[in-house]
Write a protein that binds this ligand. Sequence first.
Ligand code: FAD
Length: 418
Amino acid sequence: MSRYSAFEIARNALSGHKRWPLAWRSPEPRRRYDIVIVGGGGHGLATAYYLAKVHGLKSIAVVERGWIGGGNVGRNTTIVRSNYRLPENQAFYDFSLKLWEGLTLDLNFNVMFSQRGVLFLGHSDSDMNHLAERGDAMRHAGIDAELLDIGGVRRMAPLLDLSRSARFPIVGGLLQRRGGTARHDAVAWGYARAADALGVDIIQNCEVTGLNVASGRIAGLQTSRGYIEAGRVGLSVAGSTSQLAAMAGLKLPIESHLLQAFVSEPVKPMIDTVILSSLIHCYLSQSDKGEVVIGGDLDFHPSYGQRGSPARIQEVAGQAIAMMPALSRLRMLRCWGGVMDMSMDGSPIIGGTPVEGLYLNGGWCYGGFKATPAAGWTFAHTLANGEPHPLSAPFNLDRFEQGRLIDEKGAGPTPQWH
Ligand code: FAD
């Protein structure tokens, strides 16, 4: 799959990597584009790629205030799954999972998608009832799910504390074998390179500071690199969604909160699946470099800062060690935070807005990385055709007015906003 011969690779290695062509251009913004996507995260780049590839559109720009991959796409714990209970979520996330399965080939860029399985732990009879119901609903929708007893959990993750005296005793779990992880930066770079090759202008260091609306219709964007006229504008800015929408006079049912993640020093393989506990909201996996990747709950105060509070670090470390005592021997290498766009029913918002020509892809909460391919695909359809894709139609903004919430909280042990 490499575009380079062994000779070229060796020549570049020996010449200080000076001859590599850039993976994507760095163009000056044009005066006008048919479609401008705000936000060069995974979703914005995927949207641009599918607009060019699937819909054959030519005049597209992605404007990013920082650098490609500097937002949540490069800050998440990389869990990919489709183990949802509600039909709207099942259809959307399983479509996404199918796109993940072909993504490396499609982009000709190794996104290191690893279907190592995603295991949700059950800590009580009540948890197991919920997991059994969810597994039944998944299989009914054609999605793989296996209910495990404690022996099955032991085979998947022998280092978990499976004793009766554990702080959070484990009695079983629900496994989705097709779930797993992907290399997050590679997803951003792969989409960026493929979109650029199809003529998309990716404009970094270009902050949108205002949206111009004339007679109820989007007209253009004020940016730190000048004014850009646009036929249609798609917002894909994750934790900044409320701020961008406010520039067009919209108030959204979204709050921005901080979520942290942690990695340990790299060690030999010790965890070969993804483990989540909904009860304590702690999740673990091991990266291909050997680092144990650990995630927890929100810091639970609205914030746009990307640094987390020490109290959450202590809590998550304690929970992870309680689940898997061997982790207490590891040193933490680093931690970081990302700003989550938390919607009020825990589901995303994809579709049109009251401003003609202005479209929204946000409200992804904790779960937008796994959605990257499907969000890009359906948002591209919406921007290209001016109408929702059937898979994203239930996730429109109107549902909050109409009381059609898509809330998995009532359908399983998953906490709100997961
Ligand atoms: P981003 O990468 O944040 O892209 C948005 C971009 O918009 C940013 O680059 C930002 O700079 C840009 N932007 C903002 N304002 C402006 C402006 N004014 N002008 C121009 N550009 C602007 N999801 C999962 O599915 N699985 C997980 O395991 C998971 N774990 C997570 C763990 C953590 C710690 C965090 C922080 C998130 C996690 N998520 C997870 C959620 C997931 O990362 C996000 O939902 C998803 O990445 C959001 O979409 P994005 O990639 O497009 O966002």
